[in-house]
Every structure is written in structure tokens, then in C-alpha cells.
Write a protein that binds this ligand. Structure first.
Ligand code: ZN
Length: 218
């Protein structure tokens, strides 16, 4: 069944079971859209992406795998200097449900330390589970560490080339646009980066502003 334009999508059934102590976000509030880039894979055309964001005056949110930060510390610095938010996405980008609690803690703590060493600033307390795989226990663990686990309200099959190229990226996002929309895009998708300027202009035309995850705390 196709949902109505502007409607917030349904979320997994277990969302109803979350406790007040579990800090979780699937969607934000207000006339805002949150672009979140997941960079577990290749970085793609970084210069093009950053130029499009800058030219449109848009700040975005990034979940970079730790090994990508290690290999490209200057990319992290550029993002932070441009005013984008870079949050914790673990060092190894493994499925956290396959690790021990001590290993999960180390993944997150090592990431925070690396971020601070490179940028000189503490990391913002936002976290994304690699592949979105988690458990109720891990939600508790991550929340106890002070992080909000950020999921999404729009995702695309963008880890592989799209049948209609950038048009698919654009249409998937515009057809699902809603208040507080957290959009998951994979940075390595050439189609996404190719469509990014159109996507941003289209979202603005619908009357939305672009938000950072830190807006949740306001
Ligand atoms: Zn990822």
C-alpha cells in the first residue's frame, strides 16, 4: 500500500517496547530534514559532495567508519571545518550483535578518542549501528554510554548502482519526504552524489530546512 505524501513511515514493531532510558531516534520533529551520510564503504567524489553542500548552504550529518577516518583524517577535518556533524559509527563497522559488550564499548570509546585526537574536540553523542543491526541489550549499553542511537525514516537500495541512476535517488527521497525526515544515504553511491544538488533544491522547495542531529537536544 502506498503511503500518503508527507506521512511518516511505520517503524519496526519493537519500537513500541523501547524504554525511556533507551535513547533512540528514527525521525526528528518540525519542518526539518536531516541528511545523514553513511560511509562504511568508499568515500566517492568528496570534493563534489562538499561543494554541493557548501554552495547550497547545507550542513549534513556523517557516520564514518573508523577505518575511513584513520585512512583519511583530513576528510574528517574538512567535514568539521565546514560545520558538518560527524558522529560515532564504530572503528571496524562490524555487526555489533556479534561482539562482546567489552568489544562494543571499545569500538565506541576508541572512535571517540580518535575523533578528539584529530579534531581537538569531543565527539557529539550520536551513534549509528553498522547495518542498523542491534539488540535491546545493545541499545541499553549505547544509551548508558551517553549516546543516542540514530536510525532513519528514509533509506534506499543505494549500496548498488540504481536502475535509473540519480533519478532513483531523487525520486526515492522526494516521494517519502516528511517532517523530521532522517535520510540515510551511502556516500559511496555515485548516483546519490550526482543527485545531491537536485535533492537539496527539491527539499528546500517543499519548505524544509536542513538540520543537524544536535538540534534534537534543543
Ligand atoms: Zn555504515
Amino acid at each position: 500500500m502506498k503511503k500518503k505524501k508527507g506521512e511518516v513511515p511505520g517503524f519496526p514493531a519493537e519500537v513500541k517496547q523501547y524504554t525511556a532510558n533507551q535513547k533512540v531516534a528514527y525521525v526528528g520533529t518540525g519542518k526539518k530534514v536531516y541528511l545523514t551520510f553513511d560511509t562504511g564503504g568508499p568515500l566517492g567524489d568528496v570534493d563534489k559532495m562538499l561543494k554541493v553542500l557548501k554552495d547550497n548552504g547545507v550542513k549534513a550529518n556523517y557516520f564514518l567508519a573508523g577505518y575511513n577516518v584513520k585512512a583519511h583524517p583530513d576528510f574528517l577535518k574538512r567535514l568539521v571545518n565546514d560545520g558538518h556533524l560527524v558522529a560515532n559509527h564504530t572503528m571496524s563497522h562490524k555487526d555489533m550483535t556479534t561482539l562482546s559488550d567489552a568489544q562494543v564499548r571499545k569500538e565506541i570509546e576508541d572512535y571517540a578518542k580518535m575523533y578528539q585526537d584529530i579534531t581537538g574536540k569531543p565527539i557529539q553523542p550520536f551513534f549509528r549501528f553498522p547495518y542498523g543491526t542491534y539488540s535491546m541489550h545493545l541499545l541499553d549499553l549505547v544509551s548508558d554510554m551517553g549516546y543516542t542511537s540514530v536510525f532513519w525514516s528514509t533509506a534506499m537500495r543505494d549500496w548498488e548502482p540504481r536502475a535509473n541512476g540519480p533519478d532513483d535517488s531523487y525520486n526515492d527521497i522526494m516521494n517519502n519526504l516528511h517532517d523530521g525526515n532522517i535520510i540515510l544515504m551511502h556516500q559511496g553511491s555515485e548516483d546519490n552524489i550526482e543527485a545531491l544538488d537536485r535533492i537539496i533544491k527539491g527539499i528546500k522547495k517543499e519548505g524544509y530546512q536542513f538540520g543537524l542531529l544536535t538540534d534534537f537536544q534543543k
